[in-house]
Ligand binder design. Structure first.
Ligand code: G3P
Ligand code: MG
Length: 240
């Protein structure tokens, strides 16, 4: 059965990458949550998608230039009239909140624009502290950092994110010891033997961002392992 992972939490129903969005995902019956992590100026792992706080909060500036204290005072629910102000959470706060659930955690390292040296290792250590490795897949568009993580001895599952029409990614991903392919939706439509070939190579296929009903049904029919969607409630209802 295809799993439903809530993209940035249930970001169609609540402010993205906030604890409210993760709680909503659980309420809507998601199997897991996908969210994005970056580092503050003083090294806190923070859960936010963009390299700046401008789009999603009432602040401005680069995440890498702001301290955790400055970031934690911002409201990440701007534009959501039905929501009280929501803070940007740290990864520690998210793991504390979700430890007692059974949700899968797809943690995307946002280290392709700002390099954030050591982000993967820091995330990995925190996951170990909470003993949550069995529920985690780390993914990134920065494939060098995924490879380095495994070279450093991490046994965490890793997913190779991509948007381009790569040639035989199922032959490439094992070179970086990855356990999953995380293609954008259109790749799964373009390369019709993807799922079969990936599974033959013992790789999961977790596809994003699958929002429209026809897309949800089509991806499930293709046999992907998880769909990553802004609308986990819609997906759950369609796939029941
Ligand atoms: O991890 C899947 C997806 O989140 C990758 O793109 O930009 O939404 O983080 P983005
Ligand atoms: Mg993401």
């Amino acid at each position: 059965m295809v799993k439903v992972w809530a993209h940035r939490g249930a970001s169609g129903d609540a402010p993205e990458n906030t604890l409210a969005a993760f709680r909503r995902a659980a309420e809507l019956g998601a199997d897991g949550v996908e969210f994005d992590v970056q580092l503050s100026r003083d090294g806190e792992i923070v859960v936010i998608h963009d390299e700046t706080v401008d789009r999603t909060t009432n602040g401005c500036g680069q995440v890498v230039d702001l301290t955790w204290e400055e970031l934690s005072r911002l409201d990440a629910a701007v534009g959501w009239d039905d929501f009280a102000p929501q803070p940007i959470p740290s990864l520690r706060q998210v793991l504390e909140a979700l430890a007692a659930t059974e949700l899968d955690l797809n943690i995307e390292l946002k280290d392709s624009v700002v390099p954030y040296p050591g982000l993967g290792d820091k995330v990995s250590r925190l996951i170990d502290e909470f003993d949550l490795g069995h529920r985690v897949t780390l993914s990134s568009f920065n494939h060098c950092s995924l490879a380095r993580l495994r070279q450093s001895g991490s046994m965490l599952r890793t997913g190779v994110l991509f948007t381009d029409i790569l040639y035989q990614p199922w032959a490439y991903a094992p070179q970086l010891w990855a356990t999953a392919l995380h293609p954008e939706l259109h790749y799964v439509d373009y390369v019709l033997d993807l799922v079969q070939e990936a599974h033959l190579s013992h790789l999961e296929v977790n596809v994003w961002t699958v929002n429209q009903p026809a897309e949800i049904e089509r991806m499930a029919a293709r046999g992907v392992d998880a769909i990553i969607t802004d609308h986990p409630g819609r997906a759950r209802a369609l796939l029941r």
